[in-house]
Design a protein around this ligand. Structure first.
Ligand SMILES: *[C@@H]1O[C@H](CO)[C@@H](O)[C@H](O)[C@H]1NC(C)=O
Ligand SMILES: *[C@@H]1O[C@H](CO)[C@@H](O)[C@H](O)[C@H]1NC(C)=O
Ligand SMILES: *[C@@H]1O[C@H](CO)[C@@H](O)[C@H](O)[C@H]1NC(C)=O
Length: 465
């Protein structure tokens, strides 16, 4: 065989390994980032990345990717979803203004993602607008003959599932949402050939039951047997994906493709955050990309690849929350890798550059707006003053455990940890549970220890949503 032939075969086999697609989320809530044009050139030339997601429709970023061939997923802000749900005309106007010019100018716009994690947010208005907005956008794309190239979908957190379980086969969508929203959503995705997109983070699932080795795909990690299906799980990401697959199968939509819209691992964080670190982040991202692209599949979906996007391209120092939130970046602002995630092809970039790492300082949490006397019709759930301490602890345990809400804010170092009282922590957890489940009075029941109020209970640096 000629040298050229051998080289061609080598190149072809590298391309085949990437067939499922490797993306990155390009968030820009940071004080200093390189210009989008430099970012686009770098990704196209020096990495295996073939897809990028931007969290808006910033024309500067969209233009930067013109001619690179990279697939670009754009995002509709949540606040815009109700307007797009209103009429096909408003959706058509939006597509004409925000998307069509870029598609015509050579940006490979691939998907419009409608809102962000809408289903797991406690906002009924937004929830009921989701599928109509997606339908209107699709109709607008059809009218502009762009529906072949551009699909409409939306990314979900795992909060779309009922209380997490260690058994993937038991996965099901949250009640209240499934018939009203999830079913029409899946029917829409099936009809239009768009994927169901999930943000899956084994980092946030670390518990005594899912230890670090299991989350990091380490060989020798103790596998977990799913008693329901008899299938053995050797890593946490497979278990999370198959929980989604089970929920979809249960509804009769097992044929809709699942895409990992976001996954990732923070390379730095607070002292109390288990598992943070550059070595773990490198292991996780490399292994996730290799596993999902390998064709092994998951126990419930064997012998296939999955498209995966890594969160995130850069650290974002302007994001709130614990330190880890600001340290999901794969690259520093000068485009040198934070650690080896296995996505850089240019040899001069390969290898960790830990000497350059200077962790950003934690930004103070934004102060709540205490001037707003009028609650604007908003309601919160708080404990009654007479509530018993033991019951308040039970409420916290329930809301943060089975209830499935994220209680990071009331853990040491979180924005709502101070004051460290049972009453304050219970207020945070009970309220978040109430809001996350659609604000039904019965979700503030808590055995007669909860009460609905129109007075914003936010305090200090803790903002009640
Ligand atoms: C645009 O992205 C799609 C993936 O959505 C890919 O299949 C296609 O090859 C890309 N087009 C170009 C011109 O690179
Ligand atoms: C729900 O979402 C809509 C649209 O983003 C927003 O206008 C409204 O204020 C939200 N409601 C609540 C209670 O957060
Ligand atoms: C997956 O591939 C293996 C090896 O090629 C084969 O033995 C097995 O039957 C396949 N499983 C399914 C579900 O297609």
């Amino acid at each position: 065989m000629t040298m050229l032939g051998a080289t061609l075969i080598l190149l072809l086999s590298i391309a085949a390994a990437d067939a499922a697609g490797i993306g990155v989320t390009y968030g820009r809530r940071a004080t200093s980032l390189p210009p989008p044009a430099d970012v686009a050139r770098f990704l196209a030339r020096d990495t295996v990345v073939d897809r990028v997601r931007i969290l808006n429709t910033d024309p500067l970023a969209m233009r930067a990717f013109a001619g690179t061939g990279l697939a670009v997923d754009v995002t509709v802000r949540n606040s815009l979803v109700p307007r797009l749900a209103d009429s096909v005309a408003s959706a058509r106007q939006w597509v004409r203004a925000r998307v069509a010019p870029h598609a015509a100018a050579g940006t490979n716009v691939s998907r419009i993602l409608v809102g962000s994690e809408v289903i797991s947010q406690a906002n009924r208005t937004l929830l009921l607008c989701l599928v109509p907005a997606m339908q209107n956008l699709h109709t607008a794309l059809v009218a502009l003959a762009l529906d072949g190239q551009i699909k409409v979908s939306t990314a979900h957190s795992l909060g779309v599932l009922a209380a997490p379980t260690t058994q993937p086969s038991a996965g099901r969508f949250r009640e209240l949402y499934d018939a009203a929203v999830v079913k029409p959503l899946l029917a829409f995705l099936r009809a239009t050939g768009a994927p169901f997109m999930v943000n899956a983070y084994p980092f946030y699932g670390l518990t005594d039951d899912t230890p670090l080795d299991f989350a990091l795909f380490r060989v020798g990690a103790t596998g977990v047997m799913d008693a329901g299906s008899g299938l053995l799980y050797t890593n946490a990401l497979d278990a999370q994906l198959d929980s989604v697959h089970s929920a979809m199968d249960r509804m009769g939509f097992g044929d809709v493709d699942v895409v990992v819209a976001e996954t990732g691992w923070p390379w730095a964080g607070e002292g109390w955050e288990v598992g943070v670190g550059a070595d773990h982040a490198g292991d996780y991202n490399r292994n996730a990309i290799r596993h999902l692209g390998s064709g092994v599949g998951t126990p419930l979906r064997p012998n296939r690849t999955f498209e995966v996007s890594i969160f995130s391209l850069f650290d974002e120092d302007l994001k709130p929350g614990p330190l880890s939130q600001r340290h999901f970046g794969l690259f520093h602002a000068d485009m040198t890798p934070v650690y080896d995630a296995g996505i850089v092809t240019a040899p001069e970039y390969v290898g960790p550059v830990s000497s350059k790492i200077t962790p950003a300082l934690a930004a103070p949490a934004p102060a709540p707006d205490t001037t707003a006397a009028d609650s604007g019709g908003r309601r919160w759930c708080v404990p009654t003053p007479a509530a018993d301490a033991a019951v308040l602890q039970e409420n916290i345990d329930f809301a943060c455990g089975q209830g499935g809400i994220d209680c990071g804010a009331i853990r040491p170092g979180g924005s709502c940890y101070e004051p460290d009282t049972l009453q304050a922590h219970a207020a945070y957890a009970m309220n978040l549970y109430f809001r996350s489940n659609g604000e039904h009075a019965f979700d503030c029941e808590f055995g007669h220890t909860g009460v609905v109020t129109s007075a914003d209970p936010s305090f200090g640096g803790c903002n009640f949503t």
